[in-house]
Ligand binder design. Structure first.
Ligand code: GUN
Ligand code: ZN
Length: 435
């Protein structure tokens, strides 16, 4: 058994911060030690104390003066959209039809899916993201490529073969039966293999017939522990079209509820324009609204009411995500910078503790995976990110006047990107500098 001892400033959240001065919401060790064995964290504390406990042959890595945090988590992005990023479109539906659907057709080729999968994981690692929740394309081969590469890299990943059987090009359509059978095949081959989690993935109500929604409902009943992911209430034209397609539903959220898709393992991308009734329904079901700020700004979709959702009498659970390739950056730091600006436009404050909570423990809780990822707690997986707040000359200059941890976190969020990620650890192994 090999033991590794990391030295640096350790930051891990215990719960959602109530304010910028809520010191009980996190644990911060200024001269910390983190002992890792067999891919797990076994001890955390003051460096001297952990060093004294470490076996004699322990390998020591000194990351001072950098911060060591749990690996960042991205709860919504599209693996087949790496070459869709930066596509010039007026809105969501134009962007989907003009760029996104044609690009996803290419994933019928296993070799293409495998090539993109390699780049996909390289980018996650480069940006300090150690767990992500992705949509593959409709093709089973894309799911196979996605999970095979996750297994090879020993990363904890969630994902699903998209189900879609209408309102898209022929090359991107399955049928209710195919969607069901191929999702079952992906579950049988990949769920629980290595650190893989398969998600039931009807793309959104526009691209699934009621018959396919029934098939998704059956899968949800047959596999109640699996995540479910789809899109909800992103754009006004999308909402209007969706409600025309399902006239019997009260509203967009009700469509998913009618098919048994609204529950604690359900992740709904966007949720920008929900009514109070829909937000109540989400809250009562314990479903998660996933905020994708760079995407919402890029596609002009709207301003997500993150703070308003959190302080409701019936709060809505929240995840944060890049939504590549509607989103424009793989970086969760860039993502939270844009999330901050969206709250500013809404007259709200998103403080830096909140941001880092969301990128780590908050997203782990949104995935019901906080027992494994999202903290530096002993017993959990040693998925980590090492952040350097002086990574660029401009950041280093600003760091000269930074005095507190929240100030440093805010600088990292405001100016940081992959250059600020000094190292990424997956199950205790340094993987970024090895790229
Ligand atoms: N709604 C349905 N599919 C998509 C997608 O690929 N990206 C975004 N942003 N919204 C969607
Ligand atoms: Zn999406």
């Amino acid at each position: 058994m090999t033991s590794t001892l990391l030295r640096g400033r350790l930051l891990s959240f215990n719960r959602a911060p109530q304010s910028l001065t809520d010191a009980g919401s996190y644990t911060y060790e200024t001269n910390g030690g983190l002992l890792i064995e067999d891919g797990r964290i076994v001890a955390r504390g003051a460096y001297a104390e952990i060093k004294a406990k470490a076996p004699a042959e322990t390998i020591e890595i000194d990351h001072r003066p950098h911060l060591i945090l749990p690996g960042l988590i991205d709860t919504h992005l599209h693996f087949p959209q790496m070459q869709v990023i930066a596509s010039y479109a007026a809105n969501l539906l134009e962007w989907l039809n003009t760029y996104t659907f044609p690009e996803e057709c290419r994933f019928v080729e296993r070799a293409h899916a495998e090539r993109i999968a390699t780049h996909f994981y390289d980018e996650l690692i480069r940006h300090g993201t150690t767990t992500a929740v992705a949509y593959c394309s409709v093709h089973k081969a894309s799911g196979d490529a996605y999970f095979a590469e996750a297994l090879r890299r020993n990363m904890r990943m969630v994902g699903g073969k998209v189900m879609m059987d209408r309102n898209a090009p022929q090359g991107l359509l399955d049928t209710p039966e195919m969607g069901y059978d191929e999702t079952r095949a992906v579950i049988a081959e990949w769920h629980g293999k290595g650190r893989n989690h398969v998600a039931i993935t009807p793309r959104f109500a526009i691209t699934s017939t009621p018959e396919q929604m029934e098939a998704a409902a059956t899968l949800a009943r047959e596999f109640p522990d699996l995540h479910i992911q789809t899109h909800l209430s992103e754009n006004h034209a999308e909402i209007a079209f969706t409600c025309e397609l399902y006239p019997e539903a009260i509203d967009y959220t009700d469509i998913y509820a009618r098919y048994g898709l609204l529950g604690r393992k359900s992740l709904f991308g966007h949720c920008i324009h929900l009514s109070e009734r829909e937000a109540d329904a989400m809250s009562e079901a314990g479903a998660v609204a996933v905020h994708c700020p760079t995407s919402n700004l890029f596609l002009g979709s709207g301003l997500f009411p993150l703070k308003a959702f959190a302080r409701r009498e019936k709060p809505v659970r929240i995840g944060v995500a890049t939504d590549i390739g509607g989103g424009s950056s793989y970086s969760m730091l860039r993502t939270m910078d844009e999330a901050y600006k969206i709250q500013q436009l809404l007259g709200e404050r998103l403080n830096p503790l909140d941001s880092y909570y969301h990128m780590t423990l908050g997203n782990a809780e949104a995935l019901s995976l906080a027992d494994r990822i999202g903290t530096l707690d002993p017993g959990t997986d040693a998925d980590l990110v090492v952040l350097d707040a002086a990574a660029t000359p401009a950041m280093a200059l600003k760091m000269e006047v930074v005095k507190t941890l929240p100030e440093e976190l805010f600088l990292l969020q405001t100016m940081g990107d992959d250059r600020a990620v000094a190292e990424t650890y997956v199950a205790g192994k340094a993987v970024k500098t090895a790229l």
